[in-house]
Design a protein around this ligand. Sequence first.
Ligand code: R5P
Length: 282
Amino acid sequence: MIVSGSTSQALAAELAAETDHDLAPVAFDRFPDGELMAQVPYLEGNEAVVVASTVSSDAHVELLQLQDAAREAGAETVTTVLPYMGYGRQDEAFEPGQPVSARAVARAISTGTDRVVTVDPHETAVLDYFDVEARAVEAAGRLANPLPSDLTEPVFLSPDEGAVVLAETVADAYDRGTTDYFEKTRLSGSEVEIEPHDVAVDGRDAVLVDDIIATGSTMSEAVSVLDDQGAARVFVTCVHPLLANNAVTKLARAGVEAVYGTDTIERSVSAVSAAPAVADAL
Ligand code: R5P
């Protein structure tokens, strides 16, 4: 049965339909002191697939509880689907004294599962931090689906060179257009200057592609630059639409045409599902 965390209910339902599995009953409660109680009242069969994006510290605890509750309900095998792996971007100690948070959470998650499937992690190296079999699937290609079919000389851009493979994936899926990435120059702690590395964007439709939009600073800066350089329309796409704080407003103020993400994080912009990619890995 598919056991859905509170953060991944739409994706879990899609996955259940995709794999012809049933959804297990789940219940979520909170004690007066704020502690969580995630329950799996019963489970049919002896296999559980727990689906939960760890978008917050509470979501991390909820996932650990669901893994444990699934075992209590009789699961002999627990697969954990981590559509979005929170803390994944702190994949090394960038300064002395910092934790490798991705390793810390991966170890904790490993204790309650037999294997892990995640979607487009920030760095695939985080898979090595799990103590059980862990694999990543790719959902970025689906981001081409909601784009209008009439894009003018489309250029697919990533905000940095590291993410250009995602831009190439979406361009391939769209089956038309060129790819490029931004050169980022840090001017100060809070200011960055970015410009397309190679191609001219004047009069063209631009599609920005990244793994995650968190505060929206990177993407809104990129939208503004493309606008200044005469791009016709600018679309923003990402696998994980975290959209923290005022990210949506920042993007709107920058003049974005539309924002599209997947349902690894369930937001109003989650236009496509990662379920088919996850289903292939189960
Ligand atoms: C960084 O390497 C990531 O790929 C994203 O570009 C970054 O996390 C986005 O963060 P924000 O939306 O806060 O600028």
